[in-house]
Design a protein around this ligand. Structure first.
Ligand code: GLN
Length: 474
């Protein structure tokens, strides 16, 4: 049985001394996948193919020609295209659709000899925070099967948590890499907006979407980031900035200035054990000599509404391409063009996706555009300016990743606003485009993982990773 290695570095050392092979690793992960189907983490497992690819990587290791990710067995979220493989975004509307090309991130991982073991369950079109909005059913948390996995990249997080692969890719629009990582005791990194290509990623809200790794260590997150990052002729939103060798440059940081959000400790909406963890780390950092100060963020109450107005508006536009003609599902009950659109979309999309398309269309409609969409754009700029002001004075902002640990399956489904509010701590980085990382900070009294989040300046990933590694060793 494959053990759970802390980092790729450990795996590589065991391969080097002949203790394991990539093929053996894949066999072990496949056995774990088979014995954990009840967690519902995978929408599809590429078993035979992963084994065949593993053998080829083993051969290249022997020849000394293997890439930097040889030994890394990875799962991808079901909204990341991989040529010749199905992709559903956990939606019925993409039923039967096969990717005609690979996303840039998949190509870059494969070029370095990663083995892709399957595609993971997620909230439909990445819309959700609990992985309960999936056409394939909810994902269960491996720490407690009555609890959610987090979302929207819940399957990716549980796949790593339960040892069904070594690392996974998710996408983060408003927290979807960081929050499930924190619910599953893992590292989740959302890079700066413009760092990683979205070519071949199924779009949710294009001014927010970023791909990010979910890993067991900061080093693996750094390595995956450096391999996936950098300009791409297929994505003009990428920034033309240097991509350092993040993983090789990780070093101990000097003394830093850290701001934490006062409201995270005073708000009754934040779980007591989450507060305790934050206090514990504030004390540890102070004891090490860092400057740690509370700040008030007066725009806090606008974060969630601004995010949801903009994300829904963008989603309503992005999802107009699913019309029953071009892709996937077409209603068998359609009789003409209009009913093809109407019935295919009514039957193909789930409830939450339909809610967002309708709200998004509403905020973009002529009569309400200025009151909602244009206003939210202005508030977004204020949020960004205020955040940048804080980051001029401080190196990092430290906040919880989520207000509470993994909650009960079914708990929030009935009231979408309650679910939306649980994104309060993750959407600041999304609205501003800043990089942020969720770090595992131990379990609560019931054995559920807790996580804290660090946020920093645009393209400050190296400093963020340096500090993250140090933080986990405190
Ligand atoms: N929970 C947020 C939403 O539903 C974030 C999802 C995401 O990051 N994809 O929009």
């Amino acid at each position: 049985m494959t053990k759970s290695y802390a980092s790729l570095h450990e795996i590589k050392s065991e391969i080097a001394i002949g203790k394991t092979t990539v093929e053996k690793l894949v066999k072990g992960y496949l056995a774990k996948i088979a014995s954990n189907t009840h967690l519902n983490a995978f929408n599809e497992v590429f078993g035979d193919e992963a084994l065949a690819n593993a053998k080829q990587v083993d051969a290249r290791i022997k020849q000394g020609t293997a890439g930097r990710l040889a030994g890394m067995v990875i799962a991808i979220k079901d909204n990341i295209c991989y040529k010749g493989h199905k992709v559903n975004a956990s939606s019925k509307i993409l039923e039967g659709f096969t990717s005609v090309y690979s996303s840039t991130v998949v190509e870059r991982l494969l070029a370095e000899d990663a083995v892709i073991i399957g595609r993971c369950n997620c909230d439909e079109f990445a819309m959700g925070a609990s992985n309960e909005n999936s056409y394939f059913g909810p994902v269960k948390n491996h720490a407690d099967q009555t609890k959610v996995a987090g979302g929207s990249s819940g399957g990716s997080a549980v796949a790593v948590q339960a040892g069904m692969c070594h690392a996974a890719l998710g996408t983060d629009t408003g927290g979807s890499v960081r929050q499930p990582a924190s619910f599953c005791g893992l590292v989740g990194l959302k890079p700066t907006y413009g760092r990683i290509s979205r070519h071949g990623i199924i779009a949710y809200a294009s001014s927010f979407d970023q791909v990010g790794p979910i890993t067991r260590s900061v080093e693996d997150a750094a390595l995956l980031l450096e391999i996936m990052a950098g300009t791409d002729a297929y994505d003009s939103t990428l920034a033309n900035v240097e991509v350092p060798s993040f993983s090789n440059n990780i070093k101990k940081p000097g003394l830093k200035k850290i701001a934490y959000l006062q409201e995270a400790l005073s708000s009754p909406g934040v779980n007591a054990e989450v507060k305790d963890t934050l206090v514990k780390y504030i004390d540890k950092l102070r004891a090490e000599g860092h400057t740690v100060k509370p700040i008030a963020f007066e725009l806090l109450e606008y974060l969630v509404p601004t995010y949801y107005i903009l994300a829904m508006a963008e989603a309503s536009s992005n999802l107009s391409r699913y019309d029953g003609v071009h892709y996937g599902y077409r209603s068998p009950n359609a009789v003409d063009l209009l009913s093809t659109y109407k019935k295919s979309r009514s039957e193909g999309f789930g409830k939450e996706v339909k809610r967002r398309i309708m709200l998004g269309t509403f905020v973009l409609s002529a009569g309400y555009y200025d009151a909602y969409f244009a206003k939210a754009q202005k508030v977004r700029r204020l949020i960004r300016e205020k955040t940048e002001e804080i980051l001029k004075e401080y190196d990092f902002i430290l906040i919880p990743t989520a207000p509470e640990p993994a909650f009960n399956l079914g708990k929030k489904e009935k009231d979408p606003v309650v679910t939306y509010l649980s994104d309060i701590f993750t959407v600041q980085a999304s609205l501003t485009g800043a990089p942020a990382i969720s770090l595992p900070t131990g379990n609560n009294s019931k054995g559920l993982p807790l996580g804290l989040q660090l946020l920093t300046k645009h393209f400050g990933e190296q400093e963020l990773l340096n500090f993250a590694k140090y933080f986990l060793e405190l």
